[in-house]
Design a binder for this molecule. Structure first.
Ligand code: GLY
Length: 377
């Protein structure tokens, strides 16, 4: 059996970090003032101008704060603050917000507050947490997803927003934030994760009674399929729930969904298909699922007993090695590092392209291997 030893692991992480850092610095110099999403013909455009409340608009901030924490380069600081301030336009308008305020303000403002102690940043993050809490439906015990008129819609992605509530509960002493996160986790364990470790993307429940209604198709292939990024959200989301609560049921759930993910990517050289239950042809990849899952696996590795660590850590390194070897563009003249990310199965323009959250999770995974990860969730 081949295992990466500590020295090789660090050397690999250092090498990759140097390539990432050179590219990110060049991206920052040519993309001042914009909020990137998917580059078009190798160039980022400003997603902030198109849609200031788009759910991915915090990830650039996450990249900038991670890079500032790791390097202390003022360019990253200045750009992070500028982007954070731009997001105020969305935060000021409740109608623009949905469940993804965690993705946005954990990266924009909780990160700022953790690094700098800035009170304005803290205020922004608490406002976002208040919005997230307001979406909780106590009868059904779930946080309402999107603003699409179905009163009982919950999605797997929202597990990644829960750290905003755990953080806010710790900051304010308001236990109800934690209770809301715990309620949502219980319902997700019941309806979102299937007994075989695969996951639904979307579940509809009765908002009053919490009774299961349906599991319609989401961003994967079809209802009942296994959308890989959703699977990755579950790996990382349950691991983070364990970090905050130390309830071992969440760690067990993270491990269960991780095992399903790992069994599937082992069939494809550690690179994830967009959906693990889609027809064999056409083949669509989603590297963002791999990057996110790698971070989740490294999070799990922090908490399992010594003899279990290798499965999670070594698998994460294999994923990273696969991405570095075949799926990254380190050319400093183009925008976007991790290639072959896919936002959803049914939209060709958003398949197998670089996507900003792929780059964020790839950077986070490398920083974790270097012991330079700044807590973001
Ligand atoms: N949170 C939406 C997505 O994963 O695409």
């Amino acid at each position: 059996m081949f295992l990466y030893d500590e020295a090789t692991k660090r050397q690999k992480a250092e090498e990759i970090f140097r390539k990432i850092a050179a590219k990110l610095y060049a991206e920052c110099e040519r993309n001042k003032g914009i909020i990137p999403y998917i580059p078009q013909n190798g160039r980022y455009e400003d997603m902030g101008a198109k849609s200031i409340n788009w759910w991915t608009n915090g990830f650039w901030n996450g990249i900038l704060w991670q890079m500032y924490a790791a390097t202390k380069e003022s360019l990253y600081f200045d750009m992070a603050r500028e982007t954070e301030e731009r997001l105020d336009e969305a935060l000021a308008n409740e109608k623009m917000l949905d469940h993804d305020v965690g993705f946005m303000w954990l990266h924009a403002s909780v990160a700022d507050y953790r690094l700098t102690g800035d009170e304005t940043a803290k205020g922004r993050a608490l406002k976002a947490a208040e919005h997230l809490a307001s979406r909780y439906r106590p009868g059904g015990k779930f946080i309402l997803a999107w603003n699409n008129n179905d009163p009982g819609i919950m999605i797997i992605d929202c597990l990644m927003n829960l750290p905003l509530l755990f953080w806010a509960a710790n900051e304010t002493g308001k236990e109800e934030y934690k209770e809301i996160a715990l309620g949502h986790l219980e319902t997700a364990m019941r309806y979102v994760v299937r007994p075989d470790g695969s996951c639904n993307h979307i579940v509809l429940v009765d908002p009053e009674t919490g009774e299961f209604r349906d599991n319609p198709a989401g961003q994967g292939y079809e209802s009942g399929s296994a959308w890989s990024r959703g699977q990755a959200w579950a790996v990382y989301g349950f691991a983070l729930a364990y970090r905050y609560t130390k309830d071992v049921r969440y760690l067990d759930k993270a491990k269960t969904v991780a095992h399903y993910f790992l069994a599937n990517i082992a069939l494809n050289d550690y690179v994830s298909l967009l959906d693990f239950r889609a027809p064999a042809e056409p083949v669509y990849l989603d590297t963002t699922a791999c990057a996110c899952a790698a971070c989740g696996l490294l999070e799990i590795a922090l908490f399992v007993p010594e003899l279990e660590k290798a499965l999670y850590e070594q698998s994460a390194i294999r994923i990273i090695t696969a991405m570095d070897g075949k799926y990254c563009d380190y050319d400093t003249k183009t925008d976007g590092i991790l290639q072959y990310g896919s936002a959803r199965y049914d939209r060709a323009s958003d398949r197998e392209v670089p996507i900003i959250y792929g780059d964020y999770f790839y950077l986070e995974a490398i920083l974790r291997l270097k012991d330079q990860y700044m807590e973001m969730w």
